[in-house]
Design a binder for this molecule. Structure first.
Ligand SMILES: [Zn+2]
Length: 366
């Protein structure tokens, strides 16, 4: 038992017998830092809607309930893995809509025919070209890779999202390696030149994950089919793993053949190799209301409950480069806090335990 003192948007003290003007009784509760989802999509509408084929305004407006749902479940920081533009971040910052702090990647950068190439026969055509706030993400060759990063940064990207394999949902190219070393290395280098931005790489297959590690990308997303060589490269290069286990573990019977077991095996290999792991959900593949299921999947896949909480708080903040500012209950950190009913660490029904949420020191209405 201890007290946590908040002033403004900061935690200013953690200890025994501290005092304040106003008290929040947390008896019988577990106080944890606000959760950080390193891979979600807030402009995709609910699952199954195919919001990408909706008018642009409908995609953007679908972020309003998605962001509210995430915040009410205690998710106070998210990295949008594509779909949201800088206007959504602006709307949150101005208080026009409520939501977690939003880091943007805008669109999926990739080579011709990659998932983000909306003219590919399986995915398009979708209405994205011609919107300057969501720039053309397709490139071929290292110089073009630098140009695409510059386009994304100009439009407000905090992160560069690259797709190095095909899509599991579409069942195409999951083991492909869709960029050359030089292409991905150029993207990583150009991002670094632009304010130290970093790169998140969608990679289901092991060779694409290994490429991401060797080129200095910050994180491998999904990593459904990792192998010994891939996790060794990730451990050696300090590459984070954002497994988004919800995609295969929340409804394993409907996951593509063998993917659920392969994904768990990838986790085992990654943990054994000492790869750093951060929480991401890939919502709304599963509804945003199920965001906290990811912790139970992380726990079951080998991290244990305490490890799952770390992956969803301080470790996620480390991946995002925000660990000095948030991710733990410590003096000086941002006052993003979740009060959970019950003191147990068990992650199996966290969504039912969220009692109160504080974001930037202000209680979120529930
Ligand atoms: Zn995604």
């Amino acid at each position: 038992m201890a007290d946590v003192v908040l002033v403004g948007d900061r935690i200013v003290g953690v200890g025994i017998g501290l005092d304040g003007d106003e008290g929040v009784d947390c008896a019988g509760a577990l106080l944890v830092p606000g959760f950080v989802d390193c891979h979600t999509h807030v402009c995709f509408g609910p699952p199954g809607m195919d919001a990408l084929r909706l008018p642009r305004s409908a995609r953007v407006l679908s972020a309003v309930p998605a962001l509210r749902t995430l915040l009410r479940l205690g998710v106070t920081t998210v990295r949008d893995a594509w779909g949201a533009d800088a206007g959504v971040r602006l709307a949150i910052e101005n208080g026009w809509i409520e939501g977690p702090e939003l880091l943007l990647s805008l669109r999926q950068v990739g080579t011709t025919g990659a998932i983000g190439d909306v003219w590919a026969p399986r995915t398009g055509p979708l209405e994205f070209y011609g919107d300057p706030s969501l720039p053309d993400p397709i490139f071929d060759g290292a110089d073009a890779g630098r140009a695409v990063v510059r386009r994304m940064v100009r439009a407000g990207a905090d992160w560069i999202k690259v797709t190095a394999t095909g899509s599991m949902a579409l069942g195409i190219g999951v083991h492909d390696v869709q960029l050359t070393f030089d292409e991905l290395a150029a993207v990583v280098d150009e991002a670094r030149r632009r304010g130290g931005r970093r790169v998140m790489v969608h990679a289901h297959g092991a060779r694409a994950a290994e490429l991401a590690a060797r080129t200095g990308a910050a994180s491998v997303e999904h990593g459904t089919y990792l192998d010994e060589a891939a996790v060794a490269a990730m451990a050696e290069c300090g590459t984070w793993y954002v497994p988004t286990l919800s995609v295969t573990q929340s409804d394993p019977e409907h996951a593509p053949d063998g993917a659920a077991a392969a994904h768990r095996e990838s986790m085992r290999l990654a943990i054994d190799a000492g790869v750093r792991i951060a929480m991401g959900t890939d919502g709304p593949v599963r509804p945003h209301s199920e965001v906290l299921w990811e912790l139970r999947h992380l726990a079951a896949a080998g991290l244990g409950a305490a490890g799952a909480f770390r992956a969803a708080t301080i470790d996620a903040a480390r991946l995002l480069g925000l660990a000095d500012d948030r991710g733990e209950l410590a003096a000086g950190k941002r006052a993003d806090l979740v009060v959970l009913d019950g003191t147990g660490l068990d992650c199996s029904a966290l969504e039912d335990r969220v009692r109160r949420v504080f974001h930037n020191g202000v209680e979120v209405e529930r």
